[in-house]
Design a protein around this ligand. Sequence first.
Ligand code: FEO
Length: 135
Amino acid sequence: MAPRLWNNSYSIGVGSIDQQHMRLFELIDDIYAKIGKVDNAKLMAAVVGELVSYTEEHFTHEERMMRRCGYAGLAEHRLLHKGFVDKVADLRQRVDEGKLVLTFEVTSFLKSWLVEHIQKVDRQYLECFQRHGIK
Ligand code: FEO
């Protein structure tokens, strides 16, 4: 079943990447579901930790595919990935230390970043992937 926050318009038509994007939305769904729960901090630390790991795994996979097709925008795309990983890692650290409780506002930022990145940035490598038969 697709994650609650997933919309088919987010699909970019590359199987492995769409699956990973869906997993990221599942994790953000999970964060939304835990907002306001009594043991929020512990639950959040676990799910945000998973979000950091899976985001890194996805970005590594995507960057490997961009490298495979010689994508000219790789360096710029990597910088955007790094900025997001740094942001999420910082959130995780603050949640771990009990200095931050994730709210709808913070979680909404994560979702919006992901939607905008997929729609505006990830789509830019599609032509390169298509030329190299990457599906
Ligand atoms: Fe799918 Fe560039 O992240």
